[in-house]
Design a protein around this ligand. Structure first.
Ligand code: NAP
Length: 363
């Protein structure tokens, strides 16, 4: 026999339960126990695997960082200096080679020195240091010319891994395969960031790479080089050069194009009532207009998809302008809009006269 208070409680519970339909009672209990239990178990397992992966990654980075890499940077301009500063901060040995005299900049960026690309002696001395990796960071437009300047030394050091960081990838891959000895390792990369966009660090920034030709001899240098970016927190994306260029025309070239257009609008500056959208616009201008025009031209000239991006943007702008003017004509401001339409007629005539030629060039 239960004590009196327990008896009352049991009676109350039975009465309350009678208000909940039987099916619902069963269902509630089932969902709660099964899904909650499974979810907790899956989450625990996920957390365990994440911790294991982080541990393995830390171990890998530790192993890879035991060896001090000798890194030669060809093209000690804006981006070459940016890379040198980071690599030197990891205590790797850096030496540069550039067309201009970059000795002062090299010292500031933690490099041991920087020779001249137009001096055969300097080029020879650069390779005699036996770099594990040669990073090609010259302009896109001078890439082939630079490889031609290096040619006399290339045959002598076939075991060196060559890495390019060009913002266009098919052109880089083709030029490297054409100019380098067949046994030399080739890693094509594109850090999707630069001195402006990576001011606050490299964490979560995309790093695209394609192991175009990595032999046994160059695989160690390749892994160690990639781990520099991985341990800096970059989002590592392995992707073919071809696929990169398709994506980049619609993302990177478009961004530079719009950034430069907006940069030329004039007096585009922050106001006390900036929206988030306008702040983003100012950021696009800031992160594109500081880059050299050579870089912008390289994106256009050496990515076969860029020209169609440019034409699509022009068409989209004209279409929008026409829609605006059509709406205006339906309203009271019709007469004012006529002048703009006349202008558009002229432009359409110019377009028709030259359009075929422009389209031909884009194909
Ligand atoms: P850039 O204008 O594309 O390249 C400047 C570099 O090219 C300088 O080192 C310059 O040498 C060299 N150069 C120019 N004309 C040359 C010639 N005729 N022969 C040999 N070298 C020549 O500006 P950058 O921003 O430094 O970019 C360098 C590379 O990094 C490019 O391929 C670019 O696509 C890539 N990249 C840049 C960024 C970025 O945010 N800036 C991001 C990712 C990848 P001197 O310094 O000796 O004059």
């Amino acid at each position: 026999m239960l004590p009196r208070p327990a008896l009352i409680a049991a009676l109350l519970l039975t009465q309350l339960a009678a208000f909940v339909p039987k099916a619902q009672r069963r269902q509630t209990v089932k969902i709660k126990s099964e899904s909650d239990g499974r979810l907790l178990a899956v989450k625990a397992r996920e957390a365990e695997l994440r911790a294991q992966l982080a541990k393995v990654q830390r171990e890998k980075a530790e192993v890879l960082s035991t060896k001090r890499l000798k890194i030669g940077i060809v093209g000690f301009g804006r981006f070459g200096q940016f890379l040198s500063t980071k690599f030197a901060s990891y205590d790797h040995e850096i030496y540069g080679l550039s067309l201009s005299d970059r000795a002062t900049e090299a010292t500031k960026c933690g490099a041991k020195g920087c020779g001249r690309l137009d001096s055969n002696d300097d080029v020879e001395a650069f390779f005699e240091r036996k770099p594990d990796v040669v990073v090609l960071a010259c302009s896109i437009v001078s890439f082939e010319e630079t490889l031609t300047r290096l040619r006399p030394s290339l045959q002598k050091y076939p075991e060196t891994l060559f890495v390019d960081v060009l913002s266009v990838k098919e052109h880089a891959r083709e030029a490297l395969l054409k100019h380098l000895p067949s046994e030399t390792g080739v890693l094509c990369t594109h850090p999707m960031f630069g001195p402006d966009s990576a001011k606050k660090g490299w964490e979560n920034l995309a790093f695209v790479y394609d192991k175009v030709r990595v032999s046994d001899a160059s695989s160690d240098a390749c892994e160690r080089f990639l781990s520099l970016f991985e341990s800096a927190g970059c989002r590592m994306v392995e992707m073919s050069c071809t696929q990169h260029d398709v994506y980049a025309a619609n993302s990177q070239f478009l961004t530079h194009l719009v950034g430069r257009m907006l940069g030329s609008v004039g007096d585009l500056r922050s106001t006390p009532i900036d929206t988030k959208g306008f702040a983003s616009i100012l950021q696009v201008v800031e992160t594109t207009c500081d880059d050299s025009f050579d870089l912008f031209y390289g994106l256009y000239r050496y990515n076969q998809h860029s020209k169609s991006t440019l034409l699509c943007l022009r068409k989209a702008m004209a279409d929008l302008e026409l829609r605006l003017i059509s709406s205006e004509l339906d309203g009271t401001a019709g007469e004012d809009a006529r002048g703009t339409l006349d202008y558009l007629d002229v432009r359409e005539r110019v377009w028709n006269e030259n359009g075929a030629e422009w389209s031909g060039r884009s194909s």
